[in-house]
Design a protein around this ligand. Structure first.
Ligand SMILES: [Zn+2]
Length: 89
């Protein structure tokens, strides 16, 4: 048995996405599920934020409990901070 994480292929249609960056390095992206601008975190940041491992993050993403947003340009996958807050409770 391999412990390999199966990453679901995620394709997100990007229409007109406005990226807003402020000085603190935070990235705001349009979350396609929230239909709102959200604080977007890297998977590592997200894991730290809710004190979970990267694998747990991916599980939650696959379960649809937390959302992915794809950063335009470099195709980096980011986590919707809005959906993360729901995990914190
Ligand atoms: Zn979201």
């Amino acid at each position: 048995m391999t412990d390999k994480i199966r990453r679901r292929h995620i394709q997100i249609e990007t229409h007109e996405v406005t990226i807003i960056r402020n000085g603190s390095g935070r990235t705001f992206e349009l979350c396609p599920k929230c239909q709102a601008m959200v604080n977007a975190l890297s998977p590592n940041e997200a894991a730290r934020e809710i004190q979970m491992s990267g694998e747990e993050i991916i599980t939650l993403v696959n379960n649809g409990e937390i959302h992915l947003v794809e950063q335009t340009g470099d195709h980096e996958v980011l986590i919707c901070g809005n959906s993360l807050e729901n995990q914190n409770s």
